[in-house]
Design a protein around this ligand. Sequence first.
Ligand SMILES: [Ca+2]
Ligand SMILES: [Ca+2]
Ligand SMILES: [Ca+2]
Length: 245
Amino acid sequence: MLLILSAASAGATTITIMPATSISNAYADESAWVLSTFGSNFVPDTLENFNEFTASDTSGYTSLSTNVGTFSVMPGSQPGNPTWSSGTKQNQFTILDSADTPFKGRFNTTPGGGNWLDTNDITGIQLSTSLDTLIFMVTDVNDIRPGDTVSIKTADGTESSAFAPEPPAQNGNLYFVAITSSGPIGDVWFLNTSTADGYGLDDFGTVVDPPAPTPEPGTLGIAGIGLAAIIWGRKRQISRSAAGV
Ligand SMILES: [Ca+2]
Ligand SMILES: [Ca+2]
Ligand SMILES: [Ca+2]
């Protein structure tokens, strides 16, 4: 399914939010978006799947350095419902996996992976990134109460909250999100009006123009034969002219 729910922009920044029906569908959306936005030379490149971190429901982070930039709790962020997010991780975000999560509907989207970054129901997370293009997956948005609203905002004022509202949002929903900018994006803010309706973030990456493929051995062989023929021809020419022929 390739359905563009939203393409918000202010100035040179765009935020695109696309609903997906499954993980494979989300990756199909990602590939289709890269193709339509950048052309066939470009491919998505996942840089951070959170699998190098330890999943834990008993510890969290106020700041976390990753391969796409630094995630941090925003000033003024409200803690989640203490029933779920208690103790040391109150007003912290967490890395979770399916064995550790106290929440329903948030999940890893990395093929073969297990972890995701979980908001732990806090209301404000910032990602500071130097990337010009940022792509990622979001799970379980706006699925608890009508009126709860998750929005994504960039430092230049571009904002989108085009996730489906509840209703019809369902537990376990999934989105592919893309942010483009004419220069480094800088700060991305993940904002939530609710303290009981968190969500998961996973598979952050960018878009790359891959290098030209190296020539296949057969092609090299033909090129080598051609080069040898040229050298042999030149040598022959030199010896003929040296001999005055
Ligand atoms: Ca993951
Ligand atoms: Ca849920
Ligand atoms: Ca939720």
